[in-house]
Design a protein around this ligand. Structure first.
Ligand code: AMP
Length: 113
């Protein structure tokens, strides 16, 4: 299968503003930021979306969440932040490679659109 754009970023085949990486995940700035700080945290393994994750992915997903919090801390989001995982067309998912948005740096409204 053709690699996703996020796989290509993880492999450093295309450029991105990477703020954190380790052997399991890569975090980089969103190209079209929706808040002053908008980072995507992406597993290197290309799980298409959350509904495709299985029990075998439990440790990876836990790692991703904890690192999202660490990245938020490192980027100084002391006032709070929001994690978003869009799953499927009704949620507006546009890249079929599981990722967690970290949004912060402004007051965020609820409910989302
Ligand atoms: P989603 O709509 O949840 O699938 O989010 C996909 C996100 O990926 C969007 O916020 C896009 O702006 C972002 N995006 C797409 N291509 C790139 C890229 N090459 N570098 C950084 N962010 C990207």
């Amino acid at each position: 299968m053709k690699p996703t754009i996020f796989e290509r970023i993880c492999a450093r085949e295309i450029p991105a503003n990477i703020v954190y990486e380790d052997e399991h995940i890569v975090a980089f700035r969103d190209l079209n930021p929706q808040a002053p700080t908008h980072v995507l945290v992406v597993p290197r393994r290309p799980i298409p979306r959350l509904s495709d994750a299985t029990a075998a992915d439990q440790a990876l997903l836990g790692h991703l969440m904890l690192k999202a919090a660490e990245v938020a801390r490192q980027l100084g989001l002391t006032g709070g932040y929001r994690l978003v995982v869009n799953c499927g067309p009704d949620a507006g998912e546009s890249v079929p490679h599981l990722h967690c948005h970290v949004l912060g740096g402004r007051s965020l409204e609820w409910p989302p659109g």
